[in-house]
Design a binder for this molecule. Structure first.
Ligand code: PAF
Length: 284
């Protein structure tokens, strides 16, 4: 595992790969790695790419009252996991050189960033789009690996890549879950034992939507109400949203149709962790 801290070193390594026509698969992360991240690495290896991972806790995507300072960091453990997983290059730039004091550019993907998480985190997706475009310009990977847990993030980045003609393909990878269904997240460590038990209801609520669809329900409002009812089983959680949306535009649905791919998505705030989860619905 080659550790790179500066853009200069990164460019040097990248140019060597260019001459050898090495195919690069890139997994951007903020560290605190778990099985979800490692599944992206494994997919990239399976796709026969040399795997590059970045670890950078991006201050631009945290709001003023969010958990930037507290965000879990364990660089040693992360490097160990990446080495063991077969990652070739770890890029972990220093914040001050990544964003020098005169940095002033923002990349904004307008309507896809507005709803769902964007409604409660207004600067978040511009922060994500900005850091990911900068990382893509630096690393110049052939393929970008993203986890579907951050579904809105996937759509924002995919749209940005299309709009800006960025020469990279995207592979969305499925959510990795704990045994009881909770989606893996770096923030799960912030749940108290009782909240950890309650957190199961996110996935249960999403599954109740699929069951509703299976029994013929096509009214998004009714499905959404079912989800809200299920989420009541987490009394310590405050629901940010529970929505049924078009998986491409992320616009709310009214009536479900098999011709449109539909996403059920939830966000619930616990005392020290805000959790999100989603499923793509099977509609026949
Ligand atoms: O999903 C994340 O960990 C981050 O949003 C990303 C894509 C690494 C950008 O900072």
């Amino acid at each position: 595992l080659i550790l790179l801290r500066t853009l200069r070193d990164l460019v040097k390594e990248r140019n060597i790969r260019e001459r050898k026509a090495v195919q690069i698969g890139f997994v951007p992360t903020m560290g605190a790695l778990h099985e979800g991240h490692l599944s992206l690495v494994r997919q990239a290896l399976k796709d026969r790419h040399e795997v590059w991972v970045s670890i950078f806790v991006n201050p631009l995507q945290f709001g003023a009252n969010e958990d930037l300072k507290k965000y879990p960091r364990d660089f040693k453990k992360d490097s160990r996991l990446l080495k063991k997983a077969g990652v070739s290059v770890l890029y972990a730039p220093n914040e001050n050189s990544f964003y020098p004091v005169d940095f002033q550019t923002e990349v904004r993907v307008k309507s896809l960033s507005a709803g769902l998480c964007g409604a409660v985190r207004p600067a978040h997706f511009a922060g994500v789009a900005t850091v990911v475009s900068k990382l893509l310009m630096q690393v110049r990977p052939h393929k970008l690996y993203l986890g579907q847990k951050d579904f809105q993030q996937c759509r924002v980045i995919e749209q940005m890549i299309t709009d800006l003609d960025m020469p990279v393909r995207v592979r969305r990878c499925p959510i990795v879950r704990e045994k009881d269904g909770l989606a893996m997240s770096s923030r799960n460590v912030f749940l108290s034992p009782s909240e950890r038990v309650q957190a199961r209801v996110l996935y249960q609520a999403l599954n109740s939507v699929q069951r509703g669809v299976d029994s013929g329900q096509r009214d998004a409002f009714k499905l959404k109400n079912g989800m809200l009812l299920a989420l009541k089983n987490a009394p310590s959680g405050v629901v940010d949203y529970a929505e049924i949306v078009d998986a491409s535009t992320l616009a709310p649905m009214i009536k479900l149709r098999p011709s449109v791919q539909v996403l059920a998505a939830v966000a619930v705030r616990f005392s020290a962790a805000r959790l999100i989860d989603n499923i793509l619905l099977d509609i026949v």
